[in-house]
Design a binder for this molecule. Structure first.
Ligand code: LHQ
Length: 266
């Protein structure tokens, strides 16, 4: 535990400042490949963020030259490695679920290669920025596996079915520029600018009404499994919740008084 109450870990770094939690995958020598410990710490970090009402936005990034190279393949060779289905059900899937269930929006700052389950982690973020030179690699097929950790769900929704099939089946590297072209990342920035730009984006998110953001995140997610009628009703339901909240009143007052709103999450 850090001095400010923020938990400390050995393979991920969690720093909270100015309502932003910055979560850094931190095994740079192995391109931030995911070990059992790292997955446990990553999940614990997301759970700590979920409990911290002071955090209004999250930045997920990697230390060193990679975002994340996916499963640590060396660890897979250890005699006590769990079967793959168990690793997924108990190790990976809870992380993806925690990211999607998180009220606070997650900005993925993809600083370098995002491969295998590392790409899935990037896909599970709400908004992605990439550094020039970053890339996405559906590396699963190269080692005789199928895409996992949500990749088959996120990818067609992010880039369309045709491009998703090409990326998933061929497993070729997608450059940051192409990722922007296909809508996989919001913007590509110079490597030296990525952290600043991600923070700037996160700061903008911290200035918005937290409950409205959380409900927007859920509504977008839910939209994939409902028809238009259901989505219209769902929007009305959610608007009924945030429409009676103090933050909506504050938003209206700020508009009329021509000043920036001060949202409290109430
Ligand atoms: C690594 C890794 C790595 C360990 C680089 N592990 N050390 C799988 C199984 C279980 C359950 C759930 O789901 C999954 C999902 C998956 O994630 S499957 C996909 C796993 N990931 C990959 O197949 C990617 C493997 N890595 C690569 O293809 C390359 O390293 C990339 C393209 C990412 C980067 O290439 P380079 O820039 O040329 O770097 P490098 O290959 O030289 O790697 C640098 C170091 O990082 C090196 O270590 P060393 O000690 O030799 O310097 C690599 O061994 C290590 N590393 N990825 N996944």
């Amino acid at each position: 535990m850090g001095g400010d109450g923020t938990p400390s870990f050995s393979t991920v770094r969690l720093e909270v400042a100015d309502a932003i939690a910055t979560l850094t995958l931190d095994r740079p020598d192995a391109l931030n490949a995911l070990t059992v410990t790292m997955r446990q710490e990553l999940l614990a970090a997301f759970r700590a963020i979920a409990r911290d009402r002071a955090v209004r936005a999250v930045v997920l990034t990697g230390a060193g030259r990679a975002f994340c190279a996916g499963q640590d393949l060396k660890e897979r060779l250890e005699p006590d490695a769990a079967p793959l289905a168990v690793e997924l059900r108990e190790g990976y899937n809870p992380i993806i679920r925690a990211m999607r269930a998180l009220d606070q929006p997650i900005v993925g700052a993809v600083n370098g290669v995002a491969a295998g389950a590392g790409a899935s982690l990037a896909f599970a973020c709400d908004v992605r920025l990439a550094a020039e030179g970053a890339s996405f690699l559906l590396a699963f097929g190269r080692i005789g596996l199928v895409p996992d950790s949500g990749a088959t769900w996120f990818l067609p929704r992010l880039v369309g079915t045709a491009k998703a099939a090409e990326l998933a089946l061929l497993g070729e590297s997608l450059s940051a520029a192409d990722a922007e072209h296909f809508g996989l990342v919001a913007r590509v920035v110079a490597p030296g600018e990525l952290a600043v730009e991600a923070r700037r984006l996160a700061t903008r998110l911290t200035e918005l009404a937290p409950r409205a953001l959380a409900l927007t995140k859920r509504a977008l997610q839910r939209s994939w499994s409902v028809d238009l009628d259901d989505a219209l009703e769902d929007e009305a339901y959610r608007q009924g919740i945030v429409g009676t909240a103090a933050d909506h009143e504050e938003g209206l007052a700020a508009f009329l008084q021509k000043r920036p709103p001060r949202f409290t999450g109430e």
